[in-house]
Design a protein around this ligand. Structure first.
Ligand code: ARG
Length: 462
């Protein structure tokens, strides 16, 4: 073996790695993103090695100094990454030895890249999950402000994309809030479950050095060291779980996106998106396209794809570490970037949307959205619900034929369908009356919406 062989395992081999294979197997192009986590893990490992007497004080001091130096080089963009050194771990270790000499060669005592990478991803993901969760919170806060502002604004509520019953626009925003609240909880669960430290599992079997794993775990803020070394190096559940939570959250964002796209079309014209979030057409001068919601809707697909990618990566993989696992990073990073950016966009864009109250009101009026209220009215006057349903159906058919809303029918016209109808019917036939009537927990009455906004503000503070 030539002396300038940069590989850390050169000893066993008779010929250098094929150049293609080197490039094919290298991960440094994407795993350098883990550099700061890798350095943090190495620093803690070194402190533990000193604690158990494998390193002396001077060695620890130079390792800390070297790692800090490398941290700064990377931050300043001055670090030279080498594909020949395969991955982030060996790049950093090689530079450390270059900087501080022999002490650097001792850092890998009692450690393998298998437990090292498993630790790095967890450290990195743990931090990034807090960024995602903060992104959700910021979007939720924006939704609460919007819900408060538009509590009295009437939106036709849809089922089957047909006008169903009038709802408060603020109430609809609170529905989005709840979806995000579950996403926030799922991410928190995932972060809590993954907070165990693989370091010390070494290649797969643990190590013959008497490592103090609790000591390292404490420095790194892990709850406990992983209890099984084989599982520790092989487990990627946390990445799958995160991508599953992210895929659900992106699915939620795609549903919101779809409504924003529909609502901002000329046919609905319920809302106007801020101009800074839209683009024009190079050919049609009149166009204002809702590109950002459309893109978020599209990106939901790639995040679900990333989840499937990871599931397929792990499917049928024998224990313990396999090189396959190197493929976990790109879908994971892509998911993080996509989720964080989508949340960022929506947090800024949605609270700034302009609501066209008149158009929504008209549209709610056209859809016979208070038909249920008329039926409920009859029931309260003594008609059985099924009979009321039938009678109101006939009244709606009549109104459609006359091309007018139920509230525009005369008392006489309505009486023909059920003699119990009296003058007070017009209170329930108005959209406002319909909303106000639903003043129960979780209902759409503006008073209820404002109550829920305040309750939600308290909930997300804790
Ligand atoms: N680059 C590898 C990965 O991302 C690091 C661990 C490699 N371990 C090994 N024995 N080849 O999974």
């Amino acid at each position: 073996m030539s002396k300038d062989d940069s590989r850390m395992w050169g000893g066993r081999f008779n010929e250098p790695t094929d150049e293609f294979v080197q490039a094919f197997t290298a991960s440094v192009g994407f795993d350098q993103r883990l550099a700061q986590a890798d350095i943090e893990g190495s620093r803690a490992h070194a402190m533990m090695l000193k604690h158990i007497g494998v390193l002396n004080s001077d060695e620890l001091t130079s390792i800390k100094y070297g790692l800090q130096q490398i941290r700064e080089e990377i931050e300043a963009g001055k670090f030279t990454w080498s594909v020949a050194l395969e991955d982030v771990h060996m790049n950093i270790e090689a530079r450390l030895t270059e900087l501080i000499g022999d002490a650097g060669k001792k850092l890998h005592t009692g450690r393998s890249r298998n437990d090292q990478i498993a630790t790095d991803i967890r450290l990195y993901l743990r931090e990034q999950i807090t960024v995602c969760m903060a992104g959700i919170r910021s979007f939720q806060n924006g939704l609460l402000d919007l819900a408060e502002r538009e509590a009295e604004t009437i939106l036709p509520g849809f089922t089957h994309l047909q006008v169903a019953q009038p709802v408060s626009f603020g109430h609809h925003m609170l529905a989005w809030f709840e979806m995000l609240e579950r996403d926030h909880g799922r991410l928190g669960d995932c972060a809590a479950r993954m907070n165990q430290m693989p370091l010390g599992a070494a290649a797969l079997a643990g190590t013959s050095y008497e490592l103090d794993r609790e000591f390292t775990a404490e420095i790194l803020g892990f709850d406990i060291p992983c209890r099984n070394s084989i599982d520790a190096v092989s487990d990627r559940d946390f990445a799958i779980e995160f991508c599953a939570a992210a895929a659900i959250c992106m699915t939620h964002l795609s549903r919101m996106a779809e409504e924003l796209v529909l609502w901002s079309s000329a046919q609905f014209d319920f809302i106007r998106l801020p101009d800074r979030y839209c683009t024009g057409s190079s050919i049609m001068p009149q166009k204002k396209n809702p590109d950002v919601p459309e893109l978020v809707r599209g990106k939901a697909g790639r995040v679900s794809g990333n989840l499937i990618n990871l599931l397929m990566l792990m499917k049928a993989q024998p224990l313990s570490y396999n090189k396959d696992n190197q493929e976990d990073k790109e879908p994971l990073f892509d998911t993080l970037d996509t989720l964080i950016n989508s949340l960022l966009a929506f947090s800024d864009m949605v609270p700034a949307l302009n609501v066209n109250k008149e158009k929504m009101y008209q549209s709610a009026q056209q859809g016979y959205a208070t038909a249920t209220d008329l039926a409920d009215y009859l029931v309260k006057k003594g008609t059985a619900f099924r009979d009321a349903h039938e009678v109101v159906g006939q009244a709606v058919a009549f109104a459609i034929e006359q091309n007018k809303d139920l509230s525009a029918c005369t008392l006489e016209e309505l009486k023909k369908f059920d003699a119990r109808v009296e003058e007070d019917v017009f209170e329930v036939l108005t959209l406002e009356g319909s909303l106000n009537a639903r003043n129960i927990t979780g209902g759409t009455a503006p008073e209820q919406v404002l109550f829920q906004v305040n309750a939600a503000r308290t909930r997300i503070k804790n």
